[in-house]
Design a protein around this ligand. Structure first.
Ligand code: NAD
Ligand code: UD1
Length: 339
């Protein structure tokens, strides 16, 4: 008899979702994926099968389609939901705000409605450190005020957090853990799954690996006269496998304590763009072609997480270093190039 708790993973074919599927299987859960593949590819399901040796159940469903999503909840008995499904391109959200509000906020409303209808108790939600804006102090803790969102994307994360908190208050939702991710990077150490950016990457690490692979002629570092250790911006880069693990711990924690939480998920360590490039070069024994360019509009100078609350609450700590992440990101890029 299969008694493993079944967990719905929306956006499970995506970057963080696919890594979390692996972590859930390792943690004794049965993941069920819902994805509409608007920012992922179906062959990731084969990769997951190769990596885990298991066939993972998946539904090709759009979370904004309440009727179709309802049939998934009707067919399965979930012990929890990890809601990754969202659009995440900050620039696109500025030019197409309604697409972002409809997709990101609409999906969450449907998920909560169905969790309520089918009595599913535990929700884990993907939020972002973007809710803090330019932090007033560092490391930034969960009590830091929420700043006016810089983009419609950031605004959807703030709105979703608010919706979740309102629904907990009204008892429409039993409990939730809101995870505010810092900068997820790297790939599964196997090199079989990783980030799949469509078109030119906006984020640093895929840009680094594509430059090293010769897909891009060079990386442009956006500004070197910030008030930081070496003048380049500072972020808290967290290995995606550590991040995935935090989701499993969040489910276990909520189930045992029957409470809701809002937690930072980062390493607590800031790294500059130049330090990140150097880590990539060192661990992979490569030289990266890069130049210093103009600042990117709207960039935060530096941000990194206060992690004591998440570590204490979840009994979780990061295991991987920035160099590990750079090694695994490169392994994944090489896998893609050979494919
Ligand atoms: P991703 O684009 O790789 O994965 C998202 C997945 O959701 C994709 O597979 C996409 O096809 C799917 N999806 C989107 N809208 C959907 C819908 N309406 N119905 C069904 N499926 C849908 O992104 P990711 O990096 O894995 O991010 C996962 C979550 O984490 C997102 O909510 C994102 O906003 C959040 N987040 C990501 C980062 C980051 O840097 N990657 C940082 C902070 C927060
Ligand atoms: C991005 C998202 C933000 C999200 C965060 C966490 C954007 C605009 N913002 O921001 O909403 O919360 O990730 O995952 O996408 N850099 C370069 N050259 C490049 C690319 C990036 O120098 O070609 C620098 C950036 O200036 C920044 C750092 O690298 O200082 C990291 O950039 P990026 O990966 O885009 O992450 P965030 O800026 O943190």
């Amino acid at each position: 008899m299969n008694t493993k708790p079944k967990i719905l993973i929306t956006g499970g074919a995506g970057y963080i979702g696919s890594h979390t599927v692996v972590a859930l299987l390792e943690g004794g859960f049965e993941p069920v994926i819902v994805d509409n593949y608007c920012n992922s590819q179906k062959w990731i399901m084969d990769q997951l099968k190769e990596l885990t040796g298991q066939i993972i159940k998946e539904y090709t469903v759009d979370c904004t389609n309440l009727k179709e999503l309802d049939t998934v909840f009707e067919n399965e008995t979930f012990a929890g939901v990890i809601h990754f499904a969202a659009l995440k391109a900050v620039g696109e959200s500025v030019s197409e705000p309604l697409k972002y509000y409809r997709n990101n906020v609409g999906s969450l409303i449907n998920i909560i409605d169905l969790m309520s209808k089918y009595n599913v108790p535990n929700l884990v939600f993907s939020s972002s450190c973007t809710v803090y804006g330019e932090a007033d102090y560092l490391p930034v803790n969960e009590q830091h005020p929420i700043k006016t969102a810089e983009s419609p994307y950031g605004c959807t994360k703030q709105m979703c957090e608010q919706i979740i908190n309102d629904c907990i208050k009204s008892k429409k939702l039993s409990r939730a853990t809101i995870l505010r991710y810092f900068n997820p990077v790297g790939a599964n150490t196997s090199g079989l799954i990783g980030e799949l950016p469509i078109g030119t990457p906006n984020n640093l690490v895929p840009f680094i690996t594509q430059t090293a692979a010769g897909i891009r002629p060079n990386l442009t570092i956006f500004g070197d006269d910030y008030n930081t250790v070496d003048g380049t911006c500072v972020r808290d880069y967290i290995h995606v496998m550590d991040l995935a693990d935090a989701h499993v711990k969040s489910l276990e924690n909520m189930e045992s304590k029957k409470e809701s939480f809002t937690l930072n998920i980062g390493t607590g360590k800031g790294s500059s763009v130049l330090e990140t490039v150097k880590a990539f070069e060192k661990v992979n024994k490569l030289k990266l072609n890069y130049k210093i360019g103009a600042k990117r509009e709207g960039d935060i100078e530096q941000i990194y997480a206060e992690t004591s609350l998440s570590e204490k609450t979840l009994g979780w700590k990061t295991k991987y270093s920035l160099e590990d992440a750079m090694r695994d990101a490169w392994k994944w890029q090489q896998y893609l190039d050979a494919k």
